[in-house]
Design a protein around this ligand. Structure first.
Ligand code: NDP
Length: 372
């Protein structure tokens, strides 16, 4: 069990009670509503890369969401194709490998292609999905470079398809409540945010420890949640960043990626952020200090249950299955407007990629890197 997704054994699921058949009909690349009362099909999603996250989280979300379903798979492992086909009743015509993937263009069952591959493969497969004329969801981190991320946005814009990043915390109720409290200034102006996410990584041979595949270490994998949190809590963009790599204590695992990194950012409104991420320390917390109170989530970013308190007491929010509510919300918005929610779109992924790269640059050079 090598990452935080498989590390969490207490996955919480709830039945969301969505029984009605909703969704849209894909017409000329756009989803149109069927007239009220007329039954619509669910959005068909094809998962690309049947690893841990696809299997243990997204497939569950697709089963529960109600307005979308697992219509197809793309895998390089024939045994998985057979197993998934049987389990999810996926017809042979909706099963692809990485070589014949582009033929998905003519498959009317597939509305959205969801890329769940190692980070270095996101760029290629988002571009190929866009060329196939399909809407695309891509897992975080969007890309290993700003250039790649920008090319992904452009490819989707040029093809007239939607691009979303799998930023599930945007749909999680405790997180949404912290965002509401902070942005409405219920406790006054936010002055300081402490945000950490790290875990003890397992298998030393896994792709997460190879820079050419992962793009970096814990910052790319889980530190991105902290960067995201500082942006979604403040609703603003950082002005500058300084950063420091932590020591390498494990010379077997950390030959090409960092073991840990700390960073500091200033946001408009004189809000300071301290971030920390690690492949050694088990830690996850979001602490937001404002003029007249505070909000705290811990656990803050794993699959849950997320727990929260404010200076006024326990937070009372529903515990949800993150991937289910994320898929539901994205598909609903798409069916309502023809677009994915803007707060998780490709432009958001580009902004985060720029910040991640600036954190690396700051840690390497020891300099304060401006972000505006
Ligand atoms: P895994 O290693 O478990 O799965 C990746 C899958 O990609 C493999 O099982 C394989 O599927 C396919 N693949 C194709 N080429 C390669 C290759 N050269 N090396 C390894 N795998 C390959 O990774 P995860 O599922 O944990 O992560 C996948 C993506 O999802 C990452 O970008 C990660 O950051 C993101 N993620 C997001 C999470 C979230 O909460 N939003 C949580 C966990 C991960 P196949 O055999 O079908 O070809």
């Amino acid at each position: 069990m090598s990452n935080y997704s498989t590390r969490r054994s207490f996955l919480q699921t709830i039945s969301l009670g969505i029984g009605t058949t909703i969704a849209a009909t894909a017409i000329a690349g756009k989803n149109k509503y069927a007239p009220p009362g007329k039954e619509q099909k669910k959005l068909g999603v094809a998962l690309v890369g049947l690893g841990s996250y696809a299997k243990n989280q997204l497939a569950v979300g697709l089963e529960q969401a109600g307005n979308c379903y697992l219509a197809g798979i793309v895998t390089g492992t024939p045994d998985k194709a057979a197993e998934w086909s049987k389990k999810y009743n996926i017809p042979a015509k909706n099963i692809y490998n990485y070589q014949n993937f582009d033929q998905i263009a003519s498959n009317k069952d597939i509305d959205i292609i969801y890329i769940v591959l190692p980070n270095s493969m996101h760029h290629e497969f988002v571009l190929r999905a866009a060329r196939a004329g399909k809407h695309v969801m891509c897992e975080k981190p969007m890309a290993n470079s700003v250039k790649d991320a920008e090319e992904m946005v452009k490819a989707c814009k040029d093809a007239g398809v939607q691009l979303g990043i799998g930023y599930r915390m945007h749909f999680e109720p405790f997180t949404r409540e912290v965002i509401r409290l902070a942005r409405k200034k219920e406790f006054g102006q936010t002055r300081f945010i402490q945000t950490n996410f790290g875990f003890s990584i397992g298998d030393p041979t896994q792709w997460r420890l190879k820079k050419d595949m992962a793009g970096g270490g814990p910052l790319m994998d889980v530190g991105i949640y902290c960067v995201q949190a500082s942006r979604y809590v403040t609703g603003a963009e950082p002005l500058w960043v300084t950063a420091q790599f932590g020591p390498i204590t494990d010379k077997e695992r950390f030959t090409t990626v960092e073991e840990s990194v700390s960073w500091q950012m200033q946001f408009p409104g004189d809000t300071m952020v301290n971030g920390f991420t690690s492949y050694k320390s088990n830690i996850e917390q979001l602490y937001v200090s404002a003029d007249s109170g505070w909000m705290q989530l811990g656990p803050a970013y794993s699959y849950g249950p997320i727990k929260g308190r404010t200076s006024q007491g326990e937070m009372n929010q529903p515990v949800v299955h993150h991937q289910t509510v994320m898929l539901q919300a994205i598909c609903k918005e798409f069916m309502d407007t023809g677009k994915f929610p803007t707060h998780i779109n490709g432009d958001e992924g580009v902004r985060d990629t720029k910040i991640l790269m600036a954190i690396y640059e700051a840690a390497k050079t020891g300099k304060r890197i401006p972000l505006v």
